[in-house]
Design a protein around this ligand. Structure first.
Ligand code: GLN
Length: 491
């Protein structure tokens, strides 16, 4: 019982089926781990104890009846960007500190219907804007590998809970790297599917043309099980794509013989840390040993992806966040004199500094006179970046490189320098601009800190990404490493 947290979802589900423990006991085990370590990590901002106990009980009934699905009775946490019926959805913001959604996001509803047990909600950068999780109204999350360091962001809470095995998995969202970057910095497996693959219904909107829900888990096989449930058309999201959902576990065991991997020179630029580069090179050699062949490619417009993203994402967020006006949602200032005063003071006090910065940039690039020069131009560049990938995928099956330029940085190191912070996503952003599926998987350590290997696939090629990740994980054990103090029972 005591080392249940070292098992993957697949392992936990086997134990449940064999009745070695109940879903109620499993829930209890992980709840205790969260309670004991949360002062240290600050990764969980809301616990759903009653609801979790009730769901676990129902799961036990299903298991006893022989009616269990792969996720029935499996505990997990949701990033606090997903609306949860009756349980606070703050999006890491003072603005929504008291907001209780009257419905579940589609992601939440689907996982619940499959029998997964929601333990609570994870901390995140306010409105998913950030790369370090220092921009949360609830304070920073700490990296389980070194608590003086950031876990990455914006899904830093979700990455930290999986790294410390406070839950076997968590959901996340990725607009420019927010699943993959914290996955890399915390040494877990993160999957951002194709844009439109998972419904955005009930996921608080940051930049609607880039936002995509996904998973943080210990390994690729668990990610496949989660994606099986989360993926699929949803008529309540107009950007959800009606494309068949395969069984993502079906080709996990395929051999990598004949796989063509592209290595883009742009991913190995001067900004890449040597320790990260050498782990990534070793991982690429391992993929060659497993049967893949390597081809050098070029994505010439990668270098403008960060600039393009900060125009597009800021523009969309300035529009999306205009609904937070003190009228319908969230925080309202005290004693407003008139509506103008109410909007201004509610927004000034409800939003944090980074969110305000983005809204101002976004409003500027959308304003008359600047629209053509910035927003329209950025949209054109976005297409050119997508075309680079399209050409590359004529020759290769997938593109591999580092997820981040460096390992986890220390708290406060970049918090006052937005440009340096923005560059944390230099390798991840292009996949969002092009709508492509991508993953980060653990591929080693540099000075004791995890390094992530970035895999980018062609549109709707999640099954192949998962296959490659799983084969790599069958032959390496980086993904099963847990920081020492979280390995045993937490005192
Ligand atoms: N770090 C990027 C940003 O701050 C990406 C965030 C995300 O993917 N949600 O916008």
């Amino acid at each position: 019982m005591t080392d249940l947290h070292t098992l993957s979802i697949v392992g936990l589900a086997e134990g449940l089926r064999r009745r070695e423990y109940s879903a109620a006991e499993l829930t209890q085990h992980f709840m205790e781990r969260i309670s004991k370590s949360n002062t240290l990590l600050n990764a969980v901002i809301t616990l759903a104890e009653e609801q979790a106990a009730a769901t676990a009980e129902q799961a036990d009934v299903r298991i006893a009846a022989g009616d269990a699905e792969p996720l029935t009775g499996i505990p997990l946490l949701h990033k606090d960007i997903f609306c949860t019926d009756g349980i606070r959805t703050s999006c890491g913001s003072k603005m929504l500190d008291a907001f209780i959604a009257p419905y579940d996001a589609t992601v939440v509803a689907r996982l619940s219907a499959a029998g997964a047990v929601m333990l609570g909600k994870t901390n995140m950068d306010e409105f998913a804007m950030g790369s370090s999780n220092e921009a949360s109204y609830y304070g920073p999350v700490r990296n389980p590998w070194d608590i003086e360091r950031v876990p990455g962001g914006s899904s830093g809470g979700s990455a930290a809970v999986v790294a410390a095995r406070l839950a076997p998995a968590a959901t996340g969202s990725d607009t420019g790297g927010s699943i993959r970057q914290p996955a890399a910095l915390c040494g877990v497996t993160g999957l951002k599917p194709t844009y439109g693959r998972i419904s955005r219904y009930g996921m608080v909107a940051f930049a609607s043309s880039l936002d995509q829900a996904g998973t943080l888990s210990a390994d690729a096989r668990d990610a496949a099980l989660l994606l099986n449930v989360m993926a699929g058309f949803d008529q309540r999201d107009s950007t959800s794509i009606d494309h068949p959902v395969p069984d993502y576990t079906a080709i996990l065991d395929n051999s990598l013989d004949g796989l063509k991997i592209g290595i883009a020179e742009e991913f190995f630029d001067a900004g890449l840390d040597d320790g990260v580069a050498s782990q990534v090179q070793a991982a690429i050699r391992q993929l060659e040993v497993l049967g893949a062949s390597i081809k050098n490619i070029s994505l010439p417009h990668m270098k403008v992806s960060v600039a393009t993203y900060y125009v597009v994402a800021s523009a969309e967020c300035s529009s999306n966040l205009s609904r937070m006006d003190g009228v319908r949602f969230g925080y309202r200032c005290e004693n407003p004199k008139d509506p103008g005063d109410m909007y201004a003071r509610s927004r000034s006090k409800g939003f944090g500094a980074e969110v305000k910065r983005r809204i101002m940039i976004g409003t500027y690039v959308l304003s008359a006179g600047f629209y053509d020069a910035y927003y329209l131009k950025a949209q054109r560049v976005r297409r050119v970046i997508a075309d680079d990938f399209k050409r590359a995928f004529d020759d290769v099956d997938l593109i591999v490189g580092p997820t981040t330029p460096e390992t986890a940085f220390t708290l406060n190191e970049k918090a006052s320098d937005p440009i340096r912070m923005y560059l944390s996503d230099i390798y991840t952003i292009a996949a969002n601009l092009a709508g492509l599926p991508a993953m980060s998987i653990p591929c080693g350590f540099s000075q004791g800190l995890p390094v992530g290997l970035h895999l980018i696939g062609n549109l709707f090629d999640e099954a192949r990404l998962l296959n490659v990740a799983h084969q790599y994980q069958r032959h390496t054990d980086w993904h099963s490493r847990v920081p020492e103090r979280f390995l045993q029972e937490i005192p």
